[in-house]
Design a protein around this ligand. Structure first.
Ligand SMILES: *Cc1c(COP(=O)(O)O)cnc(C)c1O
Length: 434
């Protein structure tokens, strides 16, 4: 399907039925697969023969959906995972082991920040966080002899920083390591990181790809462009024998498939964060309309951001699609059709003003989620970061008044009306208080 336009890929990639097969992708709801002989099964276990044998490692439905996402990104190979968290963990852990080090931008999803800074440290893998706006020299200074990759997010959740992708890709390659990015917020509709030198892309399919807040899931896509054998000493997991598979060398046996093959055969086998085929089916339905939904999310978000910007009660608005935004130039370069539907803003007042505003919203709901069809809000100071004082929040890069608004695909006038009526109530609230 690689010659088709992205809209067509959303619909047609992945499951391609042969004569007489179902038109709609089947849900292969089976843990296991039957073979005629013991030898045949043995060959599968030795990675000598291609095929399915147990759904913890691989399942046909999951693979058809992974193939679609791979096509959308313009990648070479892909796999689904049980969540965005496991996608990011596997993507890094596949090439880092105890004693290794990697570099990540500091503007990343809170869950990933914790995974890297706390849990992976406990596994003996050290991370250095660098500012996304750091100079090349500053990033270079973070490199150590045991550094194995750089990680970033194309648009950071929730900071909404647009990453200078080429800057990081160049430095990674100058140092002989791959550049991995989480492309969850932009989606391949708005940004295809491989075109700017990224080697591996991850997704929380939980967000726009699913698009309806139904399923938690993740995906890893490999461009196939990074030459592991050129830096064989750095990546022994890929370039030396894997004793748990009778000494197979992934790069020798699987070539450009090596990275995804290792993550499947080794990490999925041992850690088992699999996607369920039923959920993969639901993700696929979401993917079919991704090219319609993402532009509408962006169109609505821009109108809401413009409304907020011109409103007297609003202290600040952060949305890279606005011309005066610090990241607008980068947005124009890397995702000229728009970033995503998520914006953040602050109301004049304090934490309590934000809470009062949110409590007065009628249609827009307060949920721990972003990037689905329904408009929703979250106030990090009262929710995800509630243990922190105002000072600690600022240190963590979260303003105490920050409201994260995930703009959905309802009629934008209804979204703006709801915001307006809640603001009116906040004014009343402030009067009553003073
Ligand atoms: C939500 C999210 C994740 C984690 O995904 P889960 O499916 O919740 O595990 C990772 N990265 C980004 C950018 C996210 O928004």
């Amino acid at each position: 399907m690689s010659n088709y336009e992205i809209e067509t890929k959303c619909i047609q990639s992945g499951w391609e039925p042969k004569n007489g097969e179902p038109r709609i992708m089947p849900i292969v709801q089976s843990t296991t697969f039957k073979y005629g002989s013991s030898d045949e099964m043995g060959a599968l276990f030795d990675l000598e023969k291609e095929g399915y044998f147990y759904s913890r490692l691989a399942n046909p439905t999951n693979d058809w959906v992974a193939k679609k996402i791979c096509d959308l990104e313009g990648g070479y190979a892909a796999m689904l995972t049980g969540s965005g968290q496991s996608a990011n963990f596997y993507a890094v852990f596949n090439i880092c082991e105890a004693g290794d080090h990697f570099i990540s931008t500091s503007a990343i999803y809170g869950g990933t920040f914790n995974l890297f800074g706390v849990t992976m440290k406990k596994l003996g893998i050290d991370v250095t966080f660098v500012e996304p706006d750091a100079t090349k020299e500053e990033i270079q200074a973070a490199f150590r002899p045991n550094t194995k990759c750089i990680f970033g997010e194309t648009i950071a959740n929730p900071a909404l920083v647009v990453l200078d992708i080429e800057k990081f890709a160049d430095i990674a390659h100058e140092n002989g390591v791959p550049f991995i990015v989480d492309n969850t917020f932009a989606t391949p509709i708005n940004c295809r990181p491989f075109e700017f030198g990224v080697d591996i892309v991850t997704h929380a399919t939980t967000k726009y790809m699913d698009g309806h807040a139904m399923t938690v899931g993740g995906c890893i896509v490999d461009s196939g462009n990074f030459d592991w054998t050129k830096y064989a000493d750095k990546f022994p997991g890929l370039t030396t024998p894997d004793e748990s598979y009778h000494g197979v060398v992934y790069t020798d046996k699987f070539g450009k498939m090596a990275y995804i093959q290792k993550a499947t055969a080794q990490l999925m086998r041992d850690l088992g964060s699999v996607q369920s085929p039923m959920n993969a089916f639901l993700i696929n339905i979401g993917l079919e309309t991704l090219h319609l939904r993402v532009p509408r999310h962006c169109e609505n978000a821009l109108k809401v951001a413009q409304f907020l910007e011109s409103n007297e009660h609003v202290a600040w608005v952060n949305y890279a699609d606005l011309p005066n935004n610090k990241y607008h130039q980068l947005q124009q370069k890397y995702m000229p059709n728009g970033t995503c539907g998520v914006i953040s803003f602050g109301l004049k007042g304090d934490r309590n003003t934000a809470v009062a505003f949110m409590d007065n919203l009628k249609m827009i709901s307060i949920v721990t989620h972003v990037a689905d069809a329904r408009t929703c809000v979250l106030h990090p100071a009262s929710h995800t970061h509630r243990q922190m004082s105002d000072e600690q929040l600022v240190e963590a890069g979260v303003q105490p008044d920050l409201i994260r608004l995930s703009v959905g695909i309802e009629n934008v006038n209804d979204i703006i009306s709801d915001i307006k009526q809640a603001m009116e109530k906040v004014k009343d609230f402030a009067k009553v208080k003073s």
